[in-house]
Design a protein around this ligand. Structure first.
Ligand code: OMP
Length: 271
């Protein structure tokens, strides 16, 4: 998917919502366990009920690969059932020496047809570039993550006082462009999103951390939006586990709709 197609969809749906698919066998409603593939049935129902409000889906690969070969098969079938006009993110946080990264990229972009994959930056350019060689496919590079441990390395300052995440943002902009490179910026880092935006004015940010992790959607929009919206805000547990009962998909729909309505107001306010 191209950047202009993504932006067109954001405008059409008045939404910049990414629904995170983190399906955990221990958390999905019990009645689904009688299905031949409970995780598939769960994701299918969630996608059907939230597709009106979502511009992206982000299956987190861990929740599928934990189930072994069957999990990979489920992931491929879930990817296929996401409507073509909705952006897909394989949240795999990959990155390795060049020839290995190339095969990770093939796994998500050719064997499966994801639009993007999350990639860790710390092995440097040759570990990221192989993912950038596919037409209309995207790298979403970890810059400033939402977890407490992001302090351990990402906020360490160099002698000039520049935090490591800023060096990642600056250096990686030579590897790709706003047409094929996004950055992960956690919603829990509200105060820093504006700093990230200054360093990367045109790039899209994938912003996880609203909902279960407590990040503020309005702060993210205030500090993160640009003239092409520029943010995809992810919520996983806050949507998909809104109810643990038979009404789970309808409950997910209600949560997704609530976020979309808030996003519509924020788009009007800041764009
Ligand atoms: P919830 O906290 O349930 O909304 O889930 C957040 C999702 O975003 C999970 O799949 C995480 O793996 C992912 N995530 C973060 O929570 N923080 C980050 O900094 C980066 C990601 C990610 O790359 O998506």
């Amino acid at each position: 998917m191209t950047r202009s197609e993504l932006f067109a969809q954001i405008q059409q749906k008045s939404s910049f919502l990414c629904v995170g698919l983190d399906p955990d066998l221990e958390k999905i409603p019990r009645h689904l366990l009688a299905e031949p593939d409970p995780i598939f049935s769960f994701c299918q129902a969630i996608i059907e009920e939230t597709a009106d409000f979502a511009v992206a889906y982000k299956p987190n690969i861990a929740f599928f690969e934990a189930l072994g070969a069957k999990g990979w098969d489920t992931l491929a079938r879930v990817e296929e059932l996401i409507p073509d006009d909705i952006f897909t993110i394989a949240d795999a946080k990959r990155g390795d020496i060049g020839n290995t990264s190339k095969l990770y990229a093939k796994a998500f972009f050719e064997s499966m047809d994801f639009d993007s994959v999350t990639v860790a930056p710390y092995m440097g350019k040759d570990s990221v570039s192989p993912f950038l060689e596919f037409d209309n496919k995207w790298v979403i590079l970890l810059a400033l993550t939402s977890n407490a441990g992001s302090m351990d390395f990402q906020l360490i300052e160099d002698k000039a006082g520049k935090p490591l995440y800023q060096s990642v943002l600056e250096k990686s902009q030579d590897w790709g462009s706003p047409e094929n490179l996004m950055f992960v910026v956690g919603a829990t880092r509200g105060e820093l999103i504006g700093e990230v935006r200054k360093s990367a004015p045109d790039h899209f940010f994938l912003v996880p951390g609203v909902g279960a992790q407590g990040g503020s959607l309005s702060e993210v929009a205030k500090y993160g939006m640009n003239s092409s919206c520029g943010i995809l805000v992810n919520s996983s547990r806050g949507i998909i586990y809104a109810s643990g009962e038979k009404d789970f998909a309808k409950a997910a729909r209600r949560e997704a709709k609530k976020l979309q309505e808030e996003m519509k107001n924020l788009l009007q306010k800041y764009m």
